[in-house]
Write a protein that binds this ligand. Sequence first.
Ligand code: ZN
Length: 204
Amino acid sequence: MMATTHGLWGVALGATLAMRAPEYAPVALVAGFVGGVVPDLDIYANHRRTLHAPVYGSCLAALTVGLALAVPSAATLALAAALSAAAVHVLMDVAGGGLSLQPWADQPDRAVYSHFHGRWVPPRGWVRYDGAPEDLALACLAGVGLLAVVSDPFRWGIVALLVASVAYTLVRKRLVAIVTTLLAYTPARLSTLVPRRFDHLRER
Ligand SMILES: [Zn+2]
């Protein structure tokens, strides 16, 4: 799913946890967002394996949520929001179309790596690909719900994420062509910043 969908659902989880202690809502919202987007930073390592752990991540998240509900503080709520958002991110990846730049064409058989099972978990395909209309619907569901409960400046952050979601959805099917063009104009000294998974596009 889109990074924005992951981020919005992370914020929604933070908002839900903050109902236990509303005075810590700002830190829970920020932590939820960070936890929602950070797993995909493993695009610079082993994507959907290094920072994706469906079983261990979910267990850890459940423990921290229990701790935060029992002993609410800024630290416990932030930890619970971040780790539960990361765990939900991984489960959402399993519900998606799989590890590919074009899941609708490639039919990938890998969603995320389960360190517990020692194998890749296949994608369910309930959301066909990141940036699909159903992905945008999920982003809007979380975003509109959040707009009803958060205040400024978070409201503006939610609106920005929704606008970015719509823009990404509109260009998604042309993304490979766009990235290929961008890579052609990327100076060689910046090429180390480009994730390895785009290498095959550079060589076209
Ligand atoms: Zn992911």
